[in-house]
Design a protein around this ligand. Structure first.
Ligand code: HEM
Length: 491
């Protein structure tokens, strides 16, 4: 790699090559310290397509949003799974699904995502989530009228992790019998901590540091896997179709038991790692903006206040139509995602080929190179989104209060203007469920609680050290004051 690093020269037809001065390291340090700033600067200097040497690998960035679909359509030349599956194998320690041994069965495992996270299964999943969210919220809601204080991030993580975990992996007997004093609750508190400890190490793991060198993360991952062994999962009730079908498929593939459990940790991570910070920012921005708060509460009241609540079972319902009708919450969530998403979409070139961009410009790509899209360049582009760093709760609403989807650059309408869930072959299959569960979380907390930020004027920025890995968490927690509303259990 070192020798190649020195020798690679830009060939005729290839995009500008930015290698930096240091072999292997290339422009890694500039990129890592501020990916968005680096890409903006490089785009300004070299145009819409350029190749950078980052950590010994060649990444060709395509920065023009009108060319994104062109890249997405190149599935013959650009492989998504090669990178993603290899990465997952290294970080989660499950079987190497890229080996020919598993390729057929892995296609089946992959198809389960779409079959169980969309359509009728999505309906079921969403209903279970609503009921679990209410159960977790009820348990943490003291009736006295004193204000409680807790970090907003810890509040969000606690509630969303537990409800999301139970929705996917079902409940054990302890949850079904008691309303929360059993050992299972203590386990759940430890599971959140383990999840967060593992997730904290993610930037290092993504950068290639072996998990064996991150002792805390390794222990946390193994502790989570221990609880997701099939022997234990068989004793849980109400397991989602998604997990049940993955269990059946892994049993048929004859993976070893620890390997199966680690694939479930991978699924747990995919379902939570972005959802938790996205839920945090959605609630945070709602509480910081009087306009957002007022509009959100009006919408939530419209949906809930008509519901007659049976006193024995004070369960609130949210039908699919009601969820879809909550355009203000949807716009808040999309705006929060726009501001906090910093994912990178990566494909591996499986052949030497020529990419023809939207402008007609061509770029020769070498087999084995990475092609990368960085949607944050669009999300924070002032031409597409005026005042791009400002939260505007109604940015994704049109003048009739309906979902707005016409955004422009160079006076041309953009197909891809918001991409927190990726696009094409790697588009997140859980995106509908994610938006539903965050809407439910916002609706229920706004309905049941009086909520205030302790210091609403303090500024809070996303944690840039996770750039490239999805939704950025806040750089620190902020104090939330909350108390139960008195009027929500009556009519
Ligand atoms: C993949 C974002 C929530 C399941 C992805 C990818 C992104 C993403 C960007 C593609 C990664 C890549 O290109 O390599 C998000 C965001 C979420 C969210 C922003 C929340 C706000 C969820 C949830 C689930 C889920 C709730 C499941 C319950 C998955 C799975 C994949 C994935 C299984 C891998 C798909 C594949 O291999 O084709 N997600 N996600 N995600 N996500 Fe999500």
């Amino acid at each position: 790699v070192w020798i190649c690093g020195h020798l690679r020269k830009r060939r005729k037809g290839e995009p500008p090559l930015i290698t930096g001065w240091l072999p292997f390291i290339g422009v890694t340090l500039d990129y890592v310290s501020n990916p968005l700033g680096f890409l903006r600067e490089t785009q300004k200097k070299y145009g819409n397509v350029f190749t950078c040497k980052i950590a010994g690998k060649y990444f060709t960035f395509v920065t023009d949003p009108f060319s994104f679909s062109i890249v997405m359509r190149q599935s013959k030349n650009l492989d998504f799974q090669k990178f993603a599956v290899g990465f997952s194998h290294r970080v989660f320690g499950h079987a190497d699904f890229s080996s020919s041994l598993f390729s057929e069965s892995y296609r089946e495992v992959h198809s389960i995502f779409r079959q169980t996270l969309q359509g009728l299964s999505l309906q079921q999943l969403t209903e279970t989530m609503l009921s679990n969210l209410q159960m977790v919220l009820e348990r943490g809601l003291p009736y006295e009228h004193d204000w409680l204080e807790e970090g907003l991030q810890s509040f969000t993580n606690r509630i969303m992790f537990e409800a999301g975990f139970l929705t996917l992996f079902g409940k054990d007997a302890g949850f079904l019998q008691a309303d929360g004093t059993s050992g299972t609750r203590i386990w759940m508190q430890k599971a959140v901590q383990d999840f967060l400890a593992f997730d904290r190490a993610f930037p290092l793991l993504a950068a290639g540091v072996p998990i064996g060198l991150c002792a805390e993360a390794w222990q946390a991952r193994e502790a989570l896997a221990e609880e997701l062994l099939h022997d234990k999962l068989h004793h849980r009730k109400c397991i989602s179709d998604l997990i049940q079908r993955r269990m059946d498929a892994f049993d048929r593939m004859h993976l070893d038991e620890t390997g199966k459990a680690r694939t479930h940790v991978c699924m747990l991570w995919a379902s939570q790692a972005n959802t938790l910070p996205a839920a945090f920012w959605s609630l945070y921005y709602t509480l910081r903006s009087v306009d957002a708060f007022t509009a959100a509460c009006t919408e939530v009241n419209r949906v809930f206040s008509g519901q007659l609540i049976n006193n024995q079972d004070q369960t609130l319902c949210l039908s699919r139509e009601q969820l879809d009708s909550m355009a203000v919450l949807e716009s808040i969530i999309e705006e929060a995602l726009r501001l906090s998403s910093a994912s990178m979409m990566i494909r591996v070139a499986s052949n030497d080929f020529t990419l023809t961009l939207d402008s007609g410009q061509t770029a020769d790509v070498r087999k084995g190179d990475y092609i990368a899209l960085y949607p944050q360049l669009i999300h924070l582009d002032p031409e597409i989104y005026p005042d791009p760093t400002e939260f505007k709760y109604n940015r994704f609403l049109d003048e009739k209060g309906q979902r707005k989807s016409n955004f422009f650059k160079n006076e041309r309408r953009l197909k891809h203007f918001l991409m927190p869930f990726g696009s094409g072959a790697s588009e997140c299959p859980g995106r509908f469920f994610a938006v539903h569960e965050i809407k439910q979380f916002l609706a229920l907390t706004l309905w049941h609680y009086d909520l205030q930020l302790r210091d609403p004027d303090a500024t809070l920025v996303p944690d840039g050290t996770r750039a490239g890995l999805g939704i950025l968490p806040p750089s620190r927690d902020v104090l939330l004051r909350y108390r139960r509303k008195t009027n929500t259990t009556t009519e």
